[in-house]
Design a protein around this ligand. Structure first.
Ligand SMILES: NC(=O)c1ccc[n+]([C@@H]2O[C@H](COP(=O)([O-])OP(=O)(O)OC[C@H]3O[C@@H](n4cnc5c(N)ncnc54)[C@H](O)[C@@H]3O)[C@@H](O)[C@H]2O)c1
Length: 232
Protein backbone atom coordinates (compact mmCIF):
# COMPACT_ATOMS: atom_id res chain seq x y z
CA UNK A 1 0.00 0.00 0.00
CA UNK A 2 1.26 3.52 -0.79
CA UNK A 3 2.14 5.61 2.23
CA UNK A 4 1.44 9.28 2.98
CA UNK A 5 1.99 11.74 5.81
CA UNK A 6 0.08 14.88 6.69
CA UNK A 7 1.38 17.46 9.16
CA UNK A 8 -1.28 19.17 11.23
CA UNK A 9 -3.56 16.24 10.45
CA UNK A 10 -5.50 16.46 13.72
CA UNK A 11 -7.72 19.37 12.67
CA UNK A 12 -9.23 21.36 9.84
CA UNK A 13 -7.58 21.06 6.42
CA UNK A 14 -5.11 18.45 7.70
CA UNK A 15 -7.91 16.14 8.86
CA UNK A 16 -9.57 16.56 5.44
CA UNK A 17 -6.26 15.73 3.73
CA UNK A 18 -5.97 12.55 5.81
CA UNK A 19 -9.50 11.53 4.78
CA UNK A 20 -8.91 12.43 1.11
CA UNK A 21 -5.70 10.41 0.90
CA UNK A 22 -7.28 7.43 2.69
CA UNK A 23 -10.08 7.55 0.09
CA UNK A 24 -7.34 7.25 -2.56
CA UNK A 25 -6.10 4.09 -0.82
CA UNK A 26 -3.07 5.54 1.00
CA UNK A 27 -1.97 4.44 4.44
CA UNK A 28 -1.80 7.89 6.09
CA UNK A 29 0.05 9.06 9.17
CA UNK A 30 -0.79 12.38 10.83
CA UNK A 31 2.08 14.28 12.45
CA UNK A 32 0.63 16.91 14.77
CA UNK A 33 1.82 18.80 17.83
CA UNK A 34 -1.30 17.68 19.71
CA UNK A 35 -0.12 14.08 19.32
CA UNK A 36 3.52 14.89 20.15
CA UNK A 37 5.12 15.76 16.79
CA UNK A 38 6.30 19.37 16.53
CA UNK A 39 7.13 20.11 12.87
CA UNK A 40 9.75 22.65 13.93
CA UNK A 41 11.84 20.00 15.72
CA UNK A 42 14.54 18.62 13.38
CA UNK A 43 15.11 15.60 15.62
CA UNK A 44 11.49 14.49 15.19
CA UNK A 45 11.92 14.72 11.42
CA UNK A 46 14.96 12.43 11.66
CA UNK A 47 12.54 9.66 12.75
CA UNK A 48 10.39 10.03 9.60
CA UNK A 49 10.78 7.33 6.97
CA UNK A 50 9.98 7.30 3.25
CA UNK A 51 6.48 8.08 2.03
CA UNK A 52 5.01 8.39 -1.45
CA UNK A 53 3.03 11.56 -0.71
CA UNK A 54 3.59 14.25 1.92
CA UNK A 55 1.29 17.15 2.80
CA UNK A 56 3.20 19.79 4.79
CA UNK A 57 0.16 21.54 6.16
CA UNK A 58 0.62 22.40 9.86
CA UNK A 59 0.36 26.11 10.52
CA UNK A 60 -0.68 28.86 12.91
CA UNK A 61 -1.63 32.53 12.65
CA UNK A 62 1.11 35.14 13.03
CA UNK A 63 -0.11 37.90 15.32
CA UNK A 64 -1.52 41.43 15.42
CA UNK A 65 -1.73 43.87 12.49
CA UNK A 66 0.71 46.35 14.05
CA UNK A 67 4.30 45.02 14.29
CA UNK A 68 4.73 47.17 17.41
CA UNK A 69 2.35 44.78 19.20
CA UNK A 70 4.13 41.55 18.23
CA UNK A 71 5.31 39.31 21.03
CA UNK A 72 8.63 37.56 20.50
CA UNK A 73 7.04 34.21 21.45
CA UNK A 74 4.18 34.65 19.00
CA UNK A 75 6.54 35.65 16.19
CA UNK A 76 8.89 32.71 16.81
CA UNK A 77 5.97 30.29 17.08
CA UNK A 78 4.65 31.33 13.66
CA UNK A 79 8.07 31.08 12.00
CA UNK A 80 8.61 27.68 13.66
CA UNK A 81 5.33 26.08 12.58
CA UNK A 82 4.85 27.73 9.18
CA UNK A 83 8.43 28.07 7.88
CA UNK A 84 10.65 25.64 9.84
CA UNK A 85 7.90 23.02 9.56
CA UNK A 86 8.04 23.16 5.76
CA UNK A 87 11.80 23.57 5.33
CA UNK A 88 12.74 20.83 7.82
CA UNK A 89 10.04 18.56 6.40
CA UNK A 90 11.26 18.98 2.83
CA UNK A 91 14.89 18.55 3.98
CA UNK A 92 14.08 15.19 5.56
CA UNK A 93 11.69 14.01 2.87
CA UNK A 94 14.03 14.56 -0.06
CA UNK A 95 16.64 12.51 1.81
CA UNK A 96 14.34 9.50 2.23
CA UNK A 97 11.73 9.70 -0.55
CA UNK A 98 12.09 7.61 -3.68
CA UNK A 99 11.81 9.06 -7.20
CA UNK A 100 8.13 9.62 -7.94
CA UNK A 101 7.54 11.09 -4.48
CA UNK A 102 5.16 14.03 -4.29
CA UNK A 103 4.95 16.90 -1.78
CA UNK A 104 2.28 19.56 -1.39
CA UNK A 105 2.58 22.45 1.07
CA UNK A 106 -0.41 24.34 2.42
CA UNK A 107 0.52 27.98 1.87
CA UNK A 108 -2.35 30.49 1.56
CA UNK A 109 -3.57 33.39 -0.55
CA UNK A 110 -1.56 35.22 2.14
CA UNK A 111 1.48 33.90 0.28
CA UNK A 112 0.46 35.75 -2.89
CA UNK A 113 -1.02 39.00 -1.62
CA UNK A 114 -0.58 41.49 1.21
CA UNK A 115 -2.25 40.62 4.53
CA UNK A 116 -2.55 43.82 6.61
CA UNK A 117 -4.51 41.97 9.32
CA UNK A 118 -1.53 39.68 10.04
CA UNK A 119 1.79 40.69 8.43
CA UNK A 120 3.76 37.87 10.08
CA UNK A 121 1.33 35.30 8.67
CA UNK A 122 1.84 36.96 5.26
CA UNK A 123 5.61 36.74 5.74
CA UNK A 124 5.52 33.03 6.52
CA UNK A 125 3.20 32.11 3.66
CA UNK A 126 5.23 34.15 1.14
CA UNK A 127 8.21 32.18 2.46
CA UNK A 128 6.44 28.89 1.74
CA UNK A 129 5.54 29.91 -1.82
CA UNK A 130 9.07 31.20 -2.47
CA UNK A 131 10.65 28.06 -1.05
CA UNK A 132 8.42 25.72 -3.07
CA UNK A 133 9.15 27.57 -6.31
CA UNK A 134 12.87 27.80 -5.59
CA UNK A 135 13.45 24.25 -4.33
CA UNK A 136 11.50 22.59 -7.15
CA UNK A 137 14.46 22.19 -9.58
CA UNK A 138 16.65 20.45 -6.96
CA UNK A 139 13.78 18.11 -6.10
CA UNK A 140 13.04 17.50 -9.79
CA UNK A 141 16.61 16.25 -10.19
CA UNK A 142 15.65 13.55 -7.64
CA UNK A 143 12.32 12.81 -9.38
CA UNK A 144 10.29 14.45 -6.60
CA UNK A 145 7.58 17.06 -7.19
CA UNK A 146 6.62 19.91 -4.87
CA UNK A 147 3.68 22.29 -5.16
CA UNK A 148 1.89 24.80 -2.93
CA UNK A 149 -1.84 25.27 -2.46
CA UNK A 150 -2.99 28.80 -1.69
CA UNK A 151 -6.52 28.80 -0.24
CA UNK A 152 -8.60 31.82 0.73
CA UNK A 153 -10.61 31.66 3.98
CA UNK A 154 -11.42 28.10 5.04
CA UNK A 155 -14.01 27.13 7.64
CA UNK A 156 -11.67 25.57 10.24
CA UNK A 157 -10.81 26.27 13.89
CA UNK A 158 -8.09 28.65 12.64
CA UNK A 159 -10.80 31.17 11.71
CA UNK A 160 -12.10 32.73 14.92
CA UNK A 161 -15.84 32.87 15.61
CA UNK A 162 -15.67 36.66 15.31
CA UNK A 163 -13.97 36.51 11.91
CA UNK A 164 -16.34 33.79 10.68
CA UNK A 165 -19.43 35.80 11.75
CA UNK A 166 -18.05 38.93 10.05
CA UNK A 167 -17.47 37.00 6.82
CA UNK A 168 -20.88 35.29 6.93
CA UNK A 169 -22.61 38.61 7.67
CA UNK A 170 -21.20 40.18 4.51
CA UNK A 171 -22.02 37.07 2.43
CA UNK A 172 -18.31 36.30 1.88
CA UNK A 173 -18.07 32.57 1.10
CA UNK A 174 -15.65 30.33 3.00
CA UNK A 175 -14.07 27.19 1.57
CA UNK A 176 -14.63 23.85 3.25
CA UNK A 177 -11.58 21.90 4.39
CA UNK A 178 -12.66 19.12 1.99
CA UNK A 179 -12.48 21.55 -0.95
CA UNK A 180 -8.89 22.43 -0.02
CA UNK A 181 -8.00 18.74 0.31
CA UNK A 182 -9.45 18.15 -3.16
CA UNK A 183 -7.34 21.03 -4.54
CA UNK A 184 -4.24 19.55 -2.90
CA UNK A 185 -5.00 16.26 -4.62
CA UNK A 186 -5.34 18.10 -7.96
CA UNK A 187 -1.93 19.74 -7.36
CA UNK A 188 -0.37 16.41 -6.35
CA UNK A 189 -1.78 14.71 -9.46
CA UNK A 190 -1.01 17.55 -11.88
CA UNK A 191 2.41 16.38 -13.02
CA UNK A 192 3.60 19.95 -12.36
CA UNK A 193 6.24 21.06 -9.90
CA UNK A 194 7.11 24.40 -8.33
CA UNK A 195 3.62 25.74 -8.89
CA UNK A 196 1.24 27.66 -6.60
CA UNK A 197 -2.43 26.70 -6.87
CA UNK A 198 -5.03 29.31 -5.94
CA UNK A 199 -8.06 27.80 -4.18
CA UNK A 200 -11.20 29.92 -4.02
CA UNK A 201 -14.86 29.04 -3.46
CA UNK A 202 -16.75 28.24 -6.66
CA UNK A 203 -13.62 27.97 -8.83
CA UNK A 204 -11.53 24.99 -9.86
CA UNK A 205 -7.94 25.12 -8.49
CA UNK A 206 -6.04 27.69 -10.53
CA UNK A 207 -2.39 27.14 -11.48
CA UNK A 208 -1.25 30.69 -10.65
CA UNK A 209 0.89 32.46 -13.25
CA UNK A 210 3.49 34.81 -11.81
CA UNK A 211 4.36 37.88 -13.86
CA UNK A 212 7.71 37.87 -15.65
CA UNK A 213 10.22 40.12 -13.92
CA UNK A 214 12.05 42.79 -15.87
CA UNK A 215 15.71 41.90 -16.31
CA UNK A 216 18.57 44.42 -16.33
CA UNK A 217 19.15 46.66 -19.35
CA UNK A 218 22.45 47.88 -20.70
CA UNK A 219 22.41 51.24 -22.40
CA UNK A 220 21.41 50.95 -26.05
CA UNK A 221 20.90 47.25 -25.58
CA UNK A 222 17.88 44.99 -25.35
CA UNK A 223 16.89 43.44 -21.99
CA UNK A 224 19.40 40.74 -21.07
CA UNK A 225 16.79 38.70 -19.13
CA UNK A 226 17.45 36.83 -15.92
CA UNK A 227 20.85 35.49 -14.84
CA UNK A 228 21.90 31.90 -15.59
CA UNK A 229 22.08 29.34 -12.73
CA UNK A 230 25.00 30.44 -10.53
CA UNK A 231 25.67 27.04 -8.97
CA UNK A 232 26.88 25.43 -12.24
N1 LIG B 1 -8.27 28.27 7.76
C1 LIG B 1 -7.92 29.12 6.80
O1 LIG B 1 -8.66 30.08 6.48
C2 LIG B 1 -6.65 28.89 6.02
C3 LIG B 1 -6.51 29.55 4.79
C4 LIG B 1 -5.35 29.35 4.05
C5 LIG B 1 -4.35 28.52 4.53
N2 LIG B 1 -4.52 27.91 5.75
C6 LIG B 1 -3.42 27.06 6.20
O2 LIG B 1 -3.88 25.73 6.28
C7 LIG B 1 -3.09 25.01 7.21
C8 LIG B 1 -4.02 24.24 8.13
O3 LIG B 1 -4.78 25.19 8.88
P1 LIG B 1 -6.27 24.91 9.38
O4 LIG B 1 -7.11 26.01 8.88
O5 LIG B 1 -6.66 23.50 9.11
O6 LIG B 1 -6.05 25.19 10.94
P2 LIG B 1 -6.29 24.28 12.22
O7 LIG B 1 -5.93 25.14 13.36
O8 LIG B 1 -7.63 23.66 12.17
O9 LIG B 1 -5.20 23.11 12.06
C9 LIG B 1 -3.83 23.33 12.19
C10 LIG B 1 -3.20 22.05 12.72
O10 LIG B 1 -1.78 22.25 12.75
C11 LIG B 1 -1.31 21.75 13.99
N3 LIG B 1 -0.06 22.42 14.35
C12 LIG B 1 0.13 23.73 14.66
N4 LIG B 1 1.42 23.96 14.95
C13 LIG B 1 2.07 22.77 14.81
C14 LIG B 1 3.42 22.36 14.98
N5 LIG B 1 4.39 23.23 15.38
N6 LIG B 1 3.74 21.06 14.75
C15 LIG B 1 2.79 20.17 14.37
N7 LIG B 1 1.48 20.50 14.21
C16 LIG B 1 1.13 21.80 14.43
C17 LIG B 1 -2.43 22.04 14.99
O11 LIG B 1 -2.32 21.24 16.16
C18 LIG B 1 -3.65 21.72 14.15
O12 LIG B 1 -4.02 20.36 14.25
C19 LIG B 1 -2.22 26.03 7.92
O13 LIG B 1 -0.91 26.00 7.36
C20 LIG B 1 -2.90 27.34 7.60
O14 LIG B 1 -2.00 28.42 7.63
C21 LIG B 1 -5.65 28.06 6.49
Amino acid sequence: MSRALVTGGASGIGAALVARLRAEGFEVESLDVVTGFDVSDPERWDEVGPVDVACLNAGVLGGPPDPADLTIDGYRRAIAANVDGVVLGVRRLVRVMRAGGRIVCTASLAGLTAVPDDPVYGLTKHAVVGFVRSAAPALAARGISINAVCPGFVDTPMVSDTARSALVKTGFPLLTAAEVAEAAWVALSSGETGHAWVVQPGRPPLDFRFPTLPGPRREGDRSVGLPPPLSA
